[in-house]
Design a binder for this molecule. Structure first.
Ligand SMILES: Nc1ncnc2c1ncn2[C@@H]1O[C@H](COP(=O)(O)OP(=O)(O)OP(=O)(O)O)[C@@H](O)[C@H]1O
Ligand SMILES: [Mg+2]
Length: 348
């Protein structure tokens, strides 16, 4: 038994293997604080909403936060910002703890192996991911897991490039960040992140058009496509402009980060994109076009998008956890053969 966990700025997701099926559990990484009242009490007891009460305040976390925010006319808040724990949010740690506990559940046995995603350090922001990583690690440890960090971009390679010998460029376009990893035969040769993603697109498009960010986000998530037939001056027009700008910015940074020595000569590199921000129709075609126009120090064989952009990081973390678990089992099997033991364990 092992588990994969994607700790994202907007979504937290776990992945577990049950028979032939991979089971995912997802919650939105957000919460809302409302005043304790009889009405709140009634609504909360009638439904199984994730919440904690602290004195006269109630915190509602995960998917339900948005509904309650609308009903009580409050803003949702987020434990994470730009890929890591938010330093502006006092309640970040207790809230992310509650969401994570709900998503991963109880470990199947003590010290169950759990791989959780962490972003690479951003090259365009002066922040370190270490504090974030260590905090999540200790929360998971307290829950009875044996946690191991895995780079978000590398998780994409594990989930999407298994049939390409774990070789290629994986890019996860998330909410707070974009994570990029180039790997050869499952060995990362370049990994970095940039502190821009879906949130950045929303903020810029909102600023440009004078609309609230939430409105822009819902237009983007509902039926926006990157077909460039959209209205000049409208929200969709602004979204297209900032999508385009994000892709150019990502490619510019790939060029400046990749050391030509990193790239095996004559190799065509497959590219796979994933993450919620890669969802609109036309996304991989646009990225592919922009890559073709750029002066990259390597050639690209094809650009594809993950079948399920929201799930691939959790899935990749699970693949890594399961393969680590098998390796450990093989090693202990070998050791017991060496010492003449049977390797069979008695139930305790
Ligand atoms: N259908 C859609 N079209 C466009 N964007 C979408 C769609 N669905 C979700 N998104 C955007 O995808 C982003 C969330 O993606 P994802 O869950 O991959 O991010 P995350 O892993 O939580 O964040 P990060 O990896 O940056 O920490 C948000 O910006 C959201 O608005
Ligand atoms: Mg992510």
């Amino acid at each position: 038994m092992a588990q994969g966990l994607d700790v994202g700025t907007m979504n937290i997701l776990s992945a577990r293997q049950e028979g032939d099926e991979t089971v995912f559990v997802q919650q939105r990484n957000s919460f809302v604080e409302i005043d304790y009242s009889d009405m709140a009490e009634q609504m909360l007891t009638r439904s199984d909403v994730l919440h904690i009460r602290k004195d006269d305040q109630v915190y509602i976390v995960g998917d339900d936060a948005l509904n309650f925010a609308n009903i009580f006319n409050e803003e949702t808040r987020r434990p994470m910002q730009a890929g890591i724990l938010s330093s502006d949010e006092q309640s970040a740690i207790p809230m992310i703890k509650l969401i994570t506990e709900q998503v991963v559940g109880e470990p199947h046995h003590h010290d169950e192996l759990l791989f959780f995603s962490v972003p690479a350090d951003p090259i365009d922001a002066d922040v370190s991911t270490l504090y974030h990583q260590k905090t999540i690690e200790s929360l998971l440890d307290d829950m009875g897991y044996s946690p191991e960090p895995i780079n978000e971009g590398m998780a994409v390679i594990y989930s999407e490039l298994a049939n390409r010998e774990f070789t290629g460029l994986g890019v996860s376009f998330g909410a707070g960040m974009t994570n990029i990893c180039l790997a050869y035969y499952a060995v990362p040769v370049m990994k970095f992140s940039i502190a821009r993603g879906g949130d950045w697109i929303d903020e810029k498009a909102a600023q440009a058009t004078g609309n609230p960010v939430d409105k822009v986000t819902s237009v983007k998530e509902e039926d926006f496509a990157l077909d460039f037939e959209t209205d000049v001056g409208g929200i969709e027009g602004a979204l297209s402009i900032y999508y385009d700008n994000l892709l150019d910015y990502v490619i510019e940074n790939i060029i400046s980060e990749v050391d030509e020595e990193d790239v095996e000569e004559g190799l065509d590199v497959p590219v796979v994109v994933t993450g919620g921000t890669s969802s609109p129709d036309g996304f991989e075609d646009l990225f592919s076009e922009r890559l073709a126009d750029a002066n990259l120090p390597f050639s690209i064989s094809d650009v594809s998008r993950a079948d399920n952009p929201m799930y691939s990081v959790a899935q990749g973390a699970l693949v890594a956890a399961r393969s680590e678990e098998e390796r450990t089992a093989d090693r202990s099997g070998e050791q017991s053969r060496d010492t003449g033991e049977t390797g069979a364990e008695t139930d305790d």
